[in-house]
Design a protein around this ligand. Sequence first.
Ligand code: ZN
Length: 154
Amino acid sequence: MTNSKRGPNFTAIDLGPLAQLDQYKYKHPALPRETDGKVFLNQLLGMTSSEISINKLPPRTSMPFYHTHRLNEEIYIFLKGVGEFQIDGKVLPIHEGTVVRVAQEGERCWRNTSDTDELYYVVVQACAGTYEGHTVEDGVGVQKRVSWVAKEPA
Ligand code: ZN
């Protein structure tokens, strides 16, 4: 399903185009059937710091339940489509470019309000209260001239 390339310091995968996200199925324990168009990246990439999923919701579809989290804050990044996002009873419009952060306790639900188009979004889950900043300070410049001549075929 996914083509992967690995090295000692990286994993790269090709999920395919968003329009073919349906090939990924996920069985949520609270739902009777498999969901099409949901893929978690943590295991595929061997991630150690967070969970990220790429998701699709069909036209005129709502998540069928509210949920909260015990430990993780979630960030929803909407890539394509239109809909509504609900947190603790407040409803916000969502569309391409909307980003919503929800604290663990927030009761959340979202829906695709389009009659025709899919809603595509990315969800990032990371343990609340663990980020220590130093985004730029964490980077370390490598004293090497940039070259695009590959050392060996990837
Ligand atoms: Zn969640």
